[in-house]
Design a protein around this ligand. Structure first.
Ligand code: HEM
Length: 211
């Protein structure tokens, strides 16, 4: 879980940095989207690096979900009888809801997101539209339900990341003794920066800052 989660977090950091290029204008953003498809040329054919990234991402998402299911099964096998007096720990209640159901919302979000901004089949600009136009038309004020879905999914992503990053620190044995509190702050800080960075784009378009 921790390794695939770390790969996905690295992708999110790169993705949010790329998205923020939209604040530099249409040309900068479209150039960046063009660069993504041509990075590595002429040493390797167009889309080689992007395809590699896509394969690593797809494998990471599948393994991440597979680990979640396997670990849950293993945990319930190890303790088939429920505790008589169940103590609410990090591994139950709130965390289970944000991780399990939040994970499902994030998965549904990724499917919609690919149809919207990668394949553009559900985007008003359509598959022939430029990346900048897809974003501006996709988050136009009248498409507020789509923007609202993004906001809900990104908040879920933030909660998922906060718990996930913290759990990864524990898995790696870093979260003990005096290092406990700073690592909690890192988990919350990283999640907040990512979510606010991602949110800034649809919100800026919806309120007309980016046209
Ligand atoms: C408001 C937030 C977001 C915006 C504005 C946004 C924007 C975009 C755009 C414009 C593309 C198409 C890039 C291109 O083909 O040129 C894209 C692709 C993608 N995004 Fe996002 N994104 C957001 C959040 C997310 C989040 C939170 C995730 C993951 C949880 C995500 C995962 C992906 C994936 C997997 C792709 C496909 C990458 C590929 O084609 O190789 N995005 N995004």
């Amino acid at each position: 879980m921790a390794v695939t989660g770390a790969v996905l977090v690295l992708y999110l950091v790169a993705h949010v940095v790329g998205n923020l290029k939209i604040f530099y204008g249409a040309e900068a953003f479209n150039d960046y989207a063009h660069w993504l498809r041509h990075v590595g040329e002429p040493a390797v054919p167009a889309r080689t690096v992007l395809t590699l990234v896509e394969v690593v991402l797809a494998v990471s998402v599948i393994l991440h979900m597979w680990s979640a299911v396997t670990l849950t099964r293993r945990a319930s096998k190890a303790r088939p009888v429920k505790y008589a007096a169940r103590r609410k720990t990090q591994a139950s209640g709130y965390a289970v809801h944000t991780m399990r159901y939040g994970g499902v919302v994030i998965l549904l979000f990724i499917i919609w997101h690919l149809l919207d901004l990668t394949f553009a089949t559900v985007n008003p600009a359509g598959p022939a539209g430029l990346p900048y136009d897809r974003l501006v038309q996709g988050f136009a004020p009248e498409r507020w339900p789509v923007t609202l879905f993004y906001v809900v999914a990104l908040v879920m992503l933030g909660l998922h990341l906060r718990h996930g990053v913290w759990s990864a620190f524990q898995t790696l044995g870093l979260a003990n003794g005096r290092s406990y509190r700073p690592l909690k702050i890192v988990a919350v800080g990283l999640s907040l920066v990512l979510v606010l960075g991602f949110l800034s784009v649809p919100v800026a378009i919806a309120i007309g800052v980016i046209k």
